[in-house]
Write a protein that binds this ligand. Sequence first.
Ligand SMILES: [Zn+2]
Length: 158
Amino acid sequence: MTFVLGNRSLQTLIGVHPDLVRVVKRAIELTPVDFTVLEGVRLLVRQKHLVAIGASITLDSRHLTGHAVDLGAWVDGGVEWSWPLYFKIAEAMRDAADELDVPLTWGGCWQMINGVDDLYAAQTAYIERKKAQGRKPLLDGPHFHLPRAYYPVTQEAA
Ligand SMILES: [Zn+2]
């Protein structure tokens, strides 16, 4: 079964970096789990709101500069939140990114996932790392972004 991006997803991708858009468009062809683009570019006013309500911890989000997307698993006409679905989507995103040679970070393990075979192990390693630092792991399965090291934000663009 092959999926296609709906109109709302395509609208949501407007303003997102073209490399990330290419990855999302390839991933929808590869994924065994349908997905919708929940969010792309985010306005500062919304980011401030998300921080205020505890839904985000940074005002320096990659969403603000068009370097991030949030993908929601689309099952039976609605968005579903269950980790196995997000691992499947992440695998499709990883394969698309590898194929297109675009560096990609996933919020399910907060590291670049290019060439990473076992995303479950990557997530476990992240959780262990945070625990070792005495910090709470913050997992974000829907979130993907272009790493800052490869896609820095210039003063002009910021
Ligand atoms: Zn996000």
